[in-house]
Ligand binder design. Structure first.
Ligand code: CAO
Length: 551
């Protein structure tokens, strides 16, 4: 066992950098190359890896400390390494991690009035760094030292500034590209600049003309001049890049979190991983919205502009140009149900299976029951039979009575059935609770009361919540089949149309049977086509012989 001091390795031309993140603490076991701290200059941030595996015994740096090459970061008790062999610097240590060098390359002094190529400068030991941000676009007027792109390795991110001023004619990289030293980054036109040392470069930016001492020969004036830009210019202004370490940036990118909208709680407003998690949680809970969400939110619940789905914008037409028009604001219920329907239609991979059920005997039974019960005032409806039959099918195929919660399926051991009711104000879905415990007569009675309440605009939120499955019947109106939209978080909905007498082959002859068209829409994330076909077939069997409900 030996105590090894892990030092800041060669970090290129960075003089002093600030410790902005401690990624380990005393007692942690660290591996070789594991990131220990994040340091930051005004243009680059980088993680300092450990040269030695072992247990952290002592932290020698704190948040906000300034460190440079050779500064001791921490002391590690390294197994199997003799104290005498403990390397004084990370770079020299056995098995040392490659130093996170972000080298500043002196800028080649040159000047031209023609196109100028800007290449990726010497960025130290980094290879295949990824372009994570493009800060300029063709046509932009670029100043000397203005950051063009941000590149990132798994240990550091840095901005690549322009060595020249001019108009950006061509940008050769895009977000996601990987680049290496010498790669062509951009071509500037009308570029006139001199950038010697970083400080001199800053001065040159203020001087529009080319100093005579370094003016390019006239013959070169129209030629393409290749210039290497510095990877880092101490003292140059940052361009509003969110303050976060490469690993936090990567984490945010993986989650699709717009880092510029996250409020940093770290040093100097630095965004930490916990900040990104907090932001994500707030968005998921609906406590906040990203700017993109806010911009694409459906106006008044009536529908977005399609941009959120990468669709072309909704057509804006001046209808009055083609004839007389009248504008009427949509009602509150239509706006609310419209927003819900849009979300459900867009977010659920829905499929609809159509089938027919033979209800000849059931309809005869319904009519005779109603005759017998004429005096009771309760009219038994086909929909009440459908609800009862639906519960039997839901019990046999429980995934139709479930809901998705992330990757978990929630099976409900209650059977509350919603039914779509057409009202003057729009579509409403009252819910009849515990349909498994109620008879067809009671369901018919509750349904007629709920339908009346819906038409009178008297349904409360409790009347419309908690459904496990919905039935939408257009039977009293007409039609053959339709594709109902699932009422999330339910996973299926049954659409029913008008029954009609049809010739059905009984094996020997065609016989007239009353056939009921069924349309079952289901969420393909939860249910398969075969299960949907079985559900419909089972439902059809029950409706053709209702005694099966008892089985
Ligand atoms: N086939 C043939 N006739 C049917 C039928 C069917 N599937 N379902 C009902 N009928 C008949 C009934 O027998 C009744 O006829 P009678 O007046 O001769 O007895 C008539 O149609 C009216 O039915 P109803 O009003 O008694 O009962 P219902 O159960 O069909 O409907 C309700 C109740 C609330 C569902 C209905 O009023 C309604 O609002 N339907 C529209 C639902 C809707 O808009 N769905 C679409 C959602 S997607 O936009």
């Amino acid at each position: 066992m030996a105590l090894v001091e892990v030092q800041v390795p060669d970090i290129g031309d960075f003089d002093e950098v600030t410790v902005i993140e401690l990624m380990v603490k005393v007692g942690d076991t660290v591996k070789t190359e594991q990131s220990l701290i994040t340091v930051e200059s005004d243009k680059a941030s980088m993680e300092i890896p450990s040269s030695t595996a072992g247990v952290v015994k002592e932290m020698r740096v704190a948040l906000g400390d300034k460190v440079k090459q050779g500064s001791i970061v921490l002391v590690v008790e390294a197994a199997g390494v003799a104290a005498a062999s403990a390397a004084p610097t990370a770079a020299a240590a056995p098995g040392a991690a490659p130093a996170p060098v972000a080298t500043v390359t002196p800028v080649v002094a040159s000047a031209a009035s023609g196109p100028v190529q800007v290449h990726v400068p010497d960025i130290g030991d980094f290879k295949d760094v990824v372009v994570i941000e493009v800060m300029v676009k063709p046509g932009d007027t670029i100043k000397v030292e203005q950051s063009l792109v941000t590149v990132e390795s798994d240990k550091a991110s840095m901005e690549i500034p322009s060595s020249h001023a001019g108009v950006l004619k061509q940008l050769n990289v895009k977000v996601g590209d990987t680049v290496n030293i010498g790669d062509l980054l951009a071509i500037l036109e009308g570029a006139v600049s001199v950038a010697a040392a970083p400080v001199a470069a800053a001065t040159a930016a203020l001087v529009p003309a080319v100093p005579a001492a370094v003016a390019a020969p006239t013959a070169l004036a129209s030629a393409v001049v290749t210039v290497t830009a510095p990877a880092h210019v101490p003292g140059a202004p940052t361009l509003g890049l969110p303050h976060a370490s490469p690993s936090v940036r990567k984490f945010a990118r993986e989650l699709g979190v717009p880092l510029e909208e996250v409020k940093g709680s770290g040093l100097k407003g630095r965004i930490t991983e916990a900040d990104v998690q907090g932001f994500t949680k707030a968005v998921m809970l609906g406590a906040t919205q990203t700017k993109a969400q806010a911009a694409k939110a459906p106006a008044g619940g009536s529908g977005g502009d399609g941009a959120g789905l990468g669709l072309i914008p909704w057509p804006k037409v001046d209808f009055a140009k083609f004839g007389p028009i009248e504008r009427k604001e949509m009602g509150r219920i239509k706006k609310i149900s419209g927003a819900n329907l849009l979300r459900n239609a867009v977010m659920i991979p829905a499929v609809t299976n159509h089938d027919d059920a033979d209800i000849t005997d059931l309809e005869a039974f319904r009519v005779s029951t109603n005759k017998e019960n004429e005096k009771s005032g309760v009219k038994v409806t086909m929909l009440a039979f459908l609800i009862k039959a639906g519960v039997a099918a839901l019990k046999k195929y429980p995934e139709f009575n479930s809901s998705l919660d992330g990757d978990t399926l929630v099976y409900k051991n209650y059977w509350h059935i919603g039914f779509a009711a057409d009202t003057p104000n729009g579509l409403m879905v009252p819910v009849i609770r515990d349909c498994d415990k109620k008879g067809v007569l009671q369901i018919s009675q509750e349904m007629s009361e709920m339908a009346k309440k819906a038409r009178d605009g008297k349904l409360g939120p409790a009347d419309m919540s908690g459904a496990t499955f919905t039935i939408s019947s257009l039977g009293g109106i007409g039609g053959k089949y339709f594709t109902p939209i699932i009422n999330a978080p339910e996973v299926a909905i049954l659409g029913v149309c008008k029954s009609s007498m049809e010739p059905v082959w009984d094996g020997k002859q065609f016989v007239p049977r009353l056939m009921l068209p069924l349309s079952l829409t289901w969420d393909h994330r939860v249910i398969d086509g075969a299960a949907a076909a079985r559900f419909n077939a089972f439902l059809g069997q029950i409706l053709s012989d209702f005694r099966r409900v008892l089985l």
